[in-house]
Design a protein around this ligand. Structure first.
Ligand SMILES: Nc1nc2c(ncn2[C@@H]2O[C@H](COP(=O)(O)OP(=O)(O)OP(=O)(O)O)[C@@H](O)[C@H]2O)c(=O)[nH]1
Ligand SMILES: [Mg+2]
Length: 347
């Protein structure tokens, strides 16, 4: 995961440092003062033709004072490279642009304290930009369930095959382990075999599942599951829904209807960590149809470049709650923005 971005970030560090060595910096102190020093210094060494001595002196003085100045021009090339790396890591274009803009604003024209290396300053800016996106509106699923009126109704949405049903089974296992009473609603009444697939999980986990026949109204199934939870003092209803394309108007309308009738406490958008640019469009349209509370990214055990997490969090403004990291019930990891960014940037 993240290899390409890591490699590019290394290049970015180097390239910024080289820029600073090669190009003269704006003087930090009064130019006149610099010139006096230049005269005194001049006889001692020959100035290299490509780097005027005054520039070197000014920069040296800035560095002595613990400062470095980055110009937009210095940043242009390295930032372009970094943007390409973000794009190659599956961060969607508008998201990559907004991250790069932020870093440019953060770094350019400022007298940065030169405590460590310039590369570290650049890395901090990138870390801040990504952490800001990933830490928006934090939501701790376990705390939410603990603190909320029961039953907590959770509806899962997403396109076909992203891992909604498997994730429901994983969450049911997780909740069961914390002694939280769970009911599962077989809200995918559309795909042949969907009810049986979920039933198998429910049986294996020893969790009650409410179902109707295939082709019936999913809102009615979930409604019944909520009623069951109320009368049997269950804490959480996990409601499956059929996978649907975000461009299918009728099926998206059906999702809105489910939301209107059920009034879920949480709507969780499930997508794949390996999703590319299209993840942004999907997340946006699902979020527009039925506002989501957070996302779960599955298949993070596959060769994920990590970009989908950044893109989806940015476009929805909602947190990533968990990562699916395999096909077993235990393969669900709470999403930790700090952990994610450290892995992204580790050398
Ligand atoms: N490697 C890996 N596979 C996963 C993960 N989560 C789900 N899968 C697999 O992805 C496939 C699809 O999972 P489902 O849970 O059926 O997906 P879905 O979103 O319910 O699919 P539809 O109901 O058809 O929309 C299955 O083979 C799962 O085992 C994961 O975190 N890692
Ligand atoms: Mg399913």
């Amino acid at each position: 995961m993240f290899d390409r971005l890591r490699e590019k970030l290394g290049d970015f560090r180097k390239s910024i440092d080289e820029k600073l060595k090669a190009s003269p910096q704006e003087p930090v102190q009064e130019k006149a003062e610099a010139k006096v020093e230049e005269k005194i210094e001049a006889p001692k060494a020959e100035a290299p033709a490509e780097a005027p001595r005054s520039g070197i002196l000014d920069r040296a003085k800035a560095i002595t004072r613990g400062e470095v100045i980055l110009s937009e021009k210095d940043l242009e090339g390295p930032l372009w490279e970094l943007e390409m790396a973000l794009l190659e890591s599956d961060v969607a274009l508008p998201v990559a642009e907004s991250i790069i803009d932020r870093i440019r604003k953060d770094l350019s024209g400022q007298h940065k304290k030169f405590l460590r290396s310039t590369g570290d300053i650049a890395e901090d800016a990138l870390r801040d930009a990504i952490l800001t996106i990933l830490s928006a509106h934090t939501l701790d699923f376990d705390d939410y369930v603990k603190g909320h009126d029961k039953p907590v109704i959770v509806v899962f949405t997403g396109v076909n095959g992203t891992g909604k049903t498997t994730t429901i089974a994983k969450l049911a296992e997780r909740l069961k382990e914390s002694n939280v009473g769970v009911v599962i609603a077989a809200g995918d009444t559309f795909r042949a075999g969907a009810i049986e697939q979920l039933q198998k999980h429910a049986d294996r986990l020893g969790v009650k599942m409410i179902k109707h026949d295939q082709g019936s109204d999913p809102a009615a199934v979930i409604y019944d599951a909520v009623a069951y939870a109320k009368s049997n003092k269950k804490d959480v209803v996990l409601a499956d829904t059929a996978g649907r394309l975000h461009t299918n108007v009728n099926l998206m309308e059906q999702l809105k209807k489910i939301s209107r009738i059920i009034r879920p406490d949480l709507v969780i958008f499930v997508d794949e960590a390996i999703a590319g640019n299209d993840a942004v469009e999907r997340a946006k349209l699902f979020n527009d149809a039925v506002p989501i509370s957070g996302s779960i990214l599955t298949k993070a055990d596959a060769d994920s470049k990590g970009g989908a997490a950044i893109s989806i969090a940015h476009i929805t403004g909602k947190p990533i709650l968990f990562l699916g990291v395999g096909q077993e019930y235990k393969d669900l990891r709470k999403f930790d923005p700090d952990w994610f960014v450290e892995r992204l940037l580790e050398r």
